[in-house]
Design a protein around this ligand. Sequence first.
Ligand code: ME8
Length: 501
Amino acid sequence: MNKTLYLTTPIYYINGSPHLGHAYTSIIADVIARAHRLFGKDVFFLTGTDEHGQKIVEAAQKSGSPLAHFIDARAQEFKEMNTLLNISNSNFIRTSSDLHKKVVTEIITSIYSNGDIYAGTYRGLYCVGCEAYYSKDDLIDGNRCPTHQQEVRELEEDTYFFKLGKYQDKLLEYYEKNPNFILPQTRFSEIYNRVKAGLDDLSITRTSFDWGVRFPFDHKHVLYVWVDALCNYISGLDGIKTSTFARFWPPDVQIIGKDISWFHTVIWPALLLSAGISLPKQVLIHGWWTVEGDKMSKTLGNVIDPFEMSREYGSDVFRFYLMYNAHMGSDSNFSLAELKQQNNAVLANNIGNLVSRVVTLLNQYCNGTIPMITEFDPEEKKFIEIIKDNKKYVDEISSYTIRNALFDVIEKFAELNKYITDRKPWDDFKHSNKSRGEKTLAMICESIRFLSLQLDPFIPIKAQEIRKSLGTMNINLDFDFKYSAGSKVLAEKRILFAKLE
Ligand code: ME8
């Protein structure tokens, strides 16, 4: 197993406030980061904000705030979202920072020195929302952007081109040698076939505005915001010739939404090939959230606000809901009724009730202390083995199918519920079979402690509260009765997960 793990989210545009989509990607990354830290890896988790380009300037103008003030305030909102959702990022990169601009200049200089940039003119249909040119065929009715639905603008400008076409064969070779580069697999062939069909060179500078990184070889131009933005994955490690870069580069996994897969699986690797920098190992592409069946949009007024969700339901419930429904690769639909129903069925009933049931029994029959048991019969040992076996969980996390990992833990909680219902320890205590009752509770308690650690990446606050209820804060990943035995459980009943109406 590799000792380090470098993972990234996209850096988010700050023309608007953080929303469900941003929260979703960052939570996926956070679950992966936390789980790998749990497995003992040295994790570097990067996120941040994309602050250059025309649409940021337009958003600032519309807001009436000076640009510098606008970007600071918006970047702060994204940082606050991270705090609220317990996102455990190692760094937060802002593209307006001097360090980032220096690193972009270094990378573009390497590409230029390699003979991969030339001057020309570009005429095309540009979507400011995407900060990208479109061909007429890709547009709705030949003039509206498929993502933003808004009309594209016809632009003609002097520009510098990057020789993207030159890297077609090298990209195809990289994809062939690394069939897991693009996950899930369904997205792989889509990209592979598009690259195989041919690559146009890419216009990488603009003259129509100046909010960006200056093109070092012609100061009338600023760099195309996407080239600037992609370099964050290097400036976020403090730049190329640094110890952080030496320790973590290349990224093990770059997590993105399906809207920006072309930039991450084609343009970014081609720029790196040209700059002589090794390529990321994997790009994990997730699907899109709609809201109650509709596309999320300001116009429809159905934008889900992560701040409101966390305040209303708690950040762990929001995290849980998104991960429970995170079909990697396909789209999901946000529904408040479903969030409440899943909170009640899974968190409150399956997990919360079990913990409070056990705490009550221990207070009633065992002086509030988890019994120490060392001898088990073969049937009990068989049950312990089922709970102890976390191979599936580890495999699912390692292959980034994190929803399945969550399902695996939840299933184990269901096994515990079934076990306690079948064994009826309350009958044992009532009918002088105390030692059998104690055995049941000891097994259930150590199982809950053990499984709560697997919940940590998904619901970090609540997982800790589960251990607090049992009076054991031991976070050893092995299953061993000594980690819970003797612990004093909470004297009073506490509701871990409130039911939502
Ligand atoms: O594209 N469902 O930034 P962005 C799921 N700055 N995920 C969603 C989503 C939705 N409805 N909406 C947004 C940019 N996302 C560039 C990236 S990286 C070098 C530059 C998530 O603010 C998803 O991860 O438009 C998507 O890829 C990202 O937000 C786009 O964020």
